[in-house]
Design a protein around this ligand. Structure first.
Ligand code: MN
Length: 309
């Protein structure tokens, strides 16, 4: 299978004390992989040098956030009333739908922070649903040379109960040192592999740590090799091609410029559409939205569901 390699760019995370993340979605060449529309990968970072994660209350619409940690701990609060710790091996899914706000702060005991923050776009028919928060600890699935944890969807006989609104797959894949393994794929899905520990070779193509390798629909599997010899870890993300154009601006996923303007105005005016994040202590107590650009925002077309030539 031919892979398209998306190389990450470094982006400062929102907030006054900004740690840096490696972003591979959205990118110039691709807006979505299935419903996945945002992939941030960070760490391992020594919190003493980066200041850790301090993201004051900020809004979301039209999407679900998926938080997954490899190391460290983040305290999450949101306007559904959810308050909990995001820990390694535990999936936390927040459905923004019509509107939610949340804060994310690494805990004082965290020395190293290492994980991903992912977004799923909600299909048009579901993007106005009520906000929700779910927590799930996936079972460990062991099979030849691999350890798997299913964050979302079904894979290798394991199913995540978290609610998604489009055909979706998210799996953490740990490869034993030096192993050469086969990953089965649903040919109806497009997929991407985010390399957390590597490098790896995927059907002969080399992917470095931080790279996102995109595989078009139509394949029923690929071969993954731990080239590092020290053990590899990747996230397998997939889903049916989304089939809708989305408009992403700041923390909102909408369809039109006017929707973005309305959502931004609601947040700036502290409208009950988003509500208050109870218990957040910090300065500033919320993140103001950036200024809108002068030009009208337009949805970005999806790249074709196939490797770009
Ligand atoms: Mn957020």
């Amino acid at each position: 299978m031919t892979l398209e390699t998306i190389v990450p760019r470094e982006v400062p995370l929102g907030g006054p004390r900004a740690m840096t993340v490696r972003r591979t979605l959205p990118t110039r060449s691709r807006t979505l992989v299935g419903p996945w529309c945002f992939v941030d990968h960070y760490g391992p970072d020594a919190v003493t040098s980066t200041g850790g994660m301090v993201v004051p209350p900020h809004p979301h619409t039209g999407l679900q956030t998926v938080s997954w940690l490899f190391e460290g701990e983040i305290e999450h609060r949101d306007t559904t009333g959810a308050h909990g710790l995001v820990r390694p091996g535990e999936v936390n899914l927040m459905t923004a739908g019509h509107g939610v706000a949340h804060s994310e702060v690494s805990t004082p005991s965290t020395r190293t922070l290492h994980g991903v923050q992912l977004w799923l776009a909600l299909p048009d028919a579901s993007r106005d649903v009520a906000p929700a928060f779910e927590h799930h600890v996936p079972d460990l699935v062991e099979r030849g040379g691999l350890t798997l944890r299913v964050l979302a969807g079904s894979y290798a006989g394991s199913t995540s109960p978290v609610r998604t609104y489009a055909p979706t797959l998210g799996v953490e894949v740990v490869v034993r040192p030096g192993a050469r393994v086969a990953l089965e794929l649903d040919p109806a899905y497009e997929h991407a592999l985010l390399v957390d520990r590597g490098p790896v070779a995927v059907d002969g193509a080399s992917l470095a740590v931080g790279d996102l390798g995109y595989a078009a629909p139509g394949g029923d599997g690929l071969e993954l090799v731990d080239v590092s010899g020290a053990g590899a870890r990747v996230l397998l993300l997939g889903g049916a091609p989304f089939g809708e154009e989305i408009l992403m601006w700041w923390n909102f996923v909408a369809r039109t410029h006017d929707e973005i303007v309305a959502q931004r105005t609601a947040w700036q005016s502290r409208s009950p559409r988003f509500g208050d994040v109870a218990g957040y202590v910090g300065d500033p107590s919320w993140l103001p939205a950036p200024e809108l650009p002068h030009a009208r925002l337009r949805p970005r077309p999806n790249a074709p569901a196939g490797p770009r030539t």
